[in-house]
Design a protein around this ligand. Structure first.
Ligand SMILES: O=P(O)(O)OC[C@H]1O[C@](O)(COP(=O)(O)O)[C@@H](O)[C@@H]1O
Length: 326
């Protein structure tokens, strides 16, 4: 056990990010949503007795206004050990700006050196929950994967629900999924929330397939590791510069299939997420008179504990600045 409860500490960070930008729902600016969430995270970290360094953040540049890769977060007290911090203050800032569902804030924490320093490029992903584990192979066709997952879950193919992001690059995949006969849940943004949905049976989501951000894949891997789901992924560099970024991150063979163990290199990782707008797993932030209500999930792989945290925040006492205008 660390000096303080890391799980409860990081849930305060994801709550702060979600709360800070929650009043900007539907107000049109994704940039201001992002900035408000980053400010919320900074504030929460300033109060946490942790020695953290951002390894997945908002930007690779060293700018003081953002959570850049390499930035120190937390109180940095003497004698503490250092932790890697992976953050996505808002996965789906456009969703928040447009008032749409599926936006969450997410954070993962592990001992220094244990979180994959993912370049900010695309990644091909296939994700299933614990019951589907062992049934996927990223090198096989969508049909082969669906048949195998349906078999493992003892479900009819027509009852399998697959999440695919609404992107032109996925047109063929969506067409193929429809031809196979599965239910296709097409989401606009936010593939961390989509990956998270696969691990909780109550969501009705069985698989996530497609291409999304690599950093989001690492954050999803932390949750999958905690809950015994499975991710298989491949980095997709689009040019020489991105190829060099992969090499710097230690990936020599670009066709290497990355698993949760490659992305999170420890059996002790923490993950927390708070919904900003409603998603499959969690309800978004709501307001009632003088309180705000947040819904989060927080988990740790080493002890196998997952907690759902519903918090009410008395607005007059909240130290978080909730931005409410553009
Ligand atoms: O929008 P693109 O370029 O297709 O990238 C896909 C990525 O964008 C997102 O939908 C949203 O990401 P941000 O809101 O953090 O920008 C991710 O969940 C996904 O991995």
């Amino acid at each position: 056990m660390e000096k303080f409860d890391i799980a409860m500490g990081i849930v305060r960070v994801s709550e702060a990010a979600a709360l800070s930008c929650s009043k900007l729902l539907g107000k049109g600016s994704s940039e201001i949503v992002d900035k408000a969430a980053v400010d919320g995270i900074r504030h929460a970290f300033d109060l946490l007795p942790i020695k953290g360094r951002v390894v997945i953040g908002e930007c690779e540049l060293n700018k003081s206004s953002i959570l850049y890769i390499g930035e120190k977060v937390g109180m940095w007290e003497d004698g503490q050990k250092e932790f890697d911090i992976a953050l996505d203050p808002v996965d789906g800032s456009i969703l928040v700006a447009k008032g749409r569902p599926n936006a969450i804030s997410a954070i993962a924490v592990a001992e220094k050196g244990k979180i994959f320093r993912s370049p900010q490029i695309y990644m091909q992903k296939i994700v299933v929950g614990p019951r589907g584990k062992g049934a996927i192979d990223i090198n096989k066709s969508l049909k082969e994967n669906i048949v195998s997952v349906a078999d493992k879950l003892e479900k009819d193919i027509a009852d399998i629900t697959v999440m695919i992001q609404d992107r032109p690059r996925h047109e063929k995949l969506i067409k193929e999924a429809r031809e196979i006969g599965v239910r296709v849940k097409i989401f606009g943004e936010g593939d961390i929330a989509a990956a998270l949905a696969t691990v909780f049976e109550d969501t009705g989501v069985d698989m996530l397939v497609g291409i999304g951000g690599a950093p989001e894949g690492v954050l999803a891997a932390a949750a999958l590791k905690c809950l015994d789901g499975e991710i298989q992924a491949k980095l997709l560099p689009e040019n020489e510069r991105q190829l060099a970024m992969c090499k710097r991150a230690g990936i020599e063979d670009i066709n290497k299939v990355l698993t949760a163990d490659d992305l999170i290199m420890t059996d002790d990782v923490y993950f927390a997420a708070t919904a900003i707008s409603d998603c499959d797993l969690l309800k978004g932030v709501t307001y009632k008179n003088d309180i705000a209500i947040t819904h989060s999930v927080v988990m740790r792989s080493s002890n196998g504990v997952t907690r759902f945290v519903d918090a009410t925040h008395k607005l007059e006492k909240s130290m978080i600045h909730i931005k409410d205008e553009i």
